[in-house]
Design a protein around this ligand. Structure first.
Ligand SMILES: Nc1nc2c(ncn2[C@@H]2O[C@H](COP(=O)(O)OP(=O)(O)OP(=O)(O)O)[C@@H](O)[C@H]2O)c(=O)[nH]1
Ligand SMILES: [Mg+2]
Ligand SMILES: [Zn+2]
Length: 365
């Protein structure tokens, strides 16, 4: 399937413009001329990049300068290639400024945000009926998606496994707070047409979600011909086995671009404080009624958030997850900043400003 000796090469007849190239990228590229050409990273395998160019693709390495600067192009990046077909080589020498960057909070070991994909318009947060359908996990994904600048959509796959598909969305509606929520079955095809509005030509969508939820199955359904390997399911826990191992950009039959990912083992919150404000806008709105402006909604007197939780207006599990993600965020920032108290204040301030912006934006509609 996709694991041929040539890596992830996909011949294609598309122009770069059909692959998401815009005037902004043209502008950024205008300082280069022949033998430099632009391209879009379709896949990365350790030290080799597969790059789409006009009507084809090339395999490329990166320049020593990029390597020294630790600037490794991500899937979806538009790059500048030193293209020397007669020498049989191509080298990526620059990365054009990104429209959006989708990062996951890094594990403690790595310490920095890790880019999953670049220049993304829409993030499909894929989950599935059964074990994976978990509101808390979706909140976490939402925070990261919001922080990336791309538009999130929640896709609930395997609707064919649900006794009552209508019930699938019930637990998720409160956490989605207005984000589109689309139940589908990648196997039967049910509901797939609901995804169409997000699959316009030249749009880039990234799929994220746990291993085994059916991301690759969904891509195969949207491709001209299946290209991705599909995993089996372990009998005992219904979970997949990390079938997809490389991140890769595909051209769908309707002309949209879609990036398949290996299932994410850990989704740290990283430094996605902006995303937290959007994900928990209900809590931040309630917080305006707290007595103290820096209330953390734990045991402070006059806390409007605790009060709402006690009255059952705010689900206790949602508040718990908010606290969990805030603690994680504090930990991440602690590592990259100085004194804890200052961080606490700064973080709170950033989130409050963000919440106010969201509120103002909402009230304009
Ligand atoms: N019943 C049902 N099974 C599905 C559906 N979509 C996918 N599956 C099954 O779920 C299993 C995992 O599918 P994959 O597409 O490999 O999952 P993935 O999310 O790509 O997993 P990773 O590559 O490991 O991250 C396979 O056995 C699929 O046949 C669906 O809509 N309904
Ligand atoms: Mg997969
Ligand atoms: Zn409070």
């Amino acid at each position: 399937m996709n694991k041929s000796s040539s890596g992830c090469r996909q011949p294609h007849p598309h122009t770069l413009k059909q692959l998401g190239w815009t005037d902004e990228f043209s502008q950024a590229f205008s300082k280069y001329s022949s033998p430099y050409i632009p391209g879009r990273v379709a896949c990365r395998q350790k030290t080799v990049w597969e790059v789409f160019i006009d009507n084809g693709s090339v395999t490329a390495g990166i320049s020593g300068a990029l390597r020294r600067l630790d600037r490794f192009p991500a899937v979806g990046d538009f790059v500048v290639l030193l293209h020397q077909p007669e020498a049989g080589s191509s080298t990526i020498v620059d990365i054009l400024p990104q429209k959006t960057v989708f990062t996951r909070g890094a594990s403690e070991r790595e310490g920095t945000d890790q880019v999953i994909a670049a220049n993304i318009d829409t993030v499909f947060i894929v989950t599935a009926a059964g074990h994976d359908l978990n509101a808390r996990r979706i909140e976490r994904y939402l925070a990261i998606a919001h922080a990336s600048g791309a538009r999130p959509v929640i896709v609930i796959n395997k609707s064919d496994l649900a006794d009552d598909p209508a019930l699938l969305t019930e637990d998720i509606i409160p956490v989605a707070s207005g984000i589109p929520l689309i139940p589908v079955s990648a196997i039967s095809g049910e509901g797939i047409d609901q995804l169409e509005p997000y699959l316009t030509p030249g749009t880039t969508i990234v799929l994220i979600g746990s291993s085994g939820v059916g991301k690759s199955t969904l891509i195969n359904r949207l491709l001209d011909q299946p290209m991705q390997e599909i995993g089996g399911i372990r009998e005992n826990d219904g979970k997949g086995r990390h079938t997809t191992t490389v991140r890769q950009l595909f051209i769908l039959k309707g002309g949209a671009l879609m990036i398949d990912n290996p299932g994410l083992r850990e989704v740290g919150i990283g430094t996605a404080s902006a995303g937290i404000a959007e994900t928990f806008s209900d809590i931040l709105e309630l917080a305006e009624g707290c007595r103290f402006s820096d209330c953390r909604h734990e045991r402070e007197p006059g806390c409007a958030v605790q009060e709402a939780a006690n009255k059952g207006i705010l689900p206790a599990s949602r508040l718990e997850n908010y606290h969990r993600l805030m603690r994680e965020l504090a930990f991440e920032q602690e590592k990259s900043d100085i004194g804890l108290v200052r961080i606490e204040r700064k973080r709170w301030k950033a989130i409050k400003i963000q919440a106010r912006d969201i509120k103002n934006a909402k009230s304009r509609f």
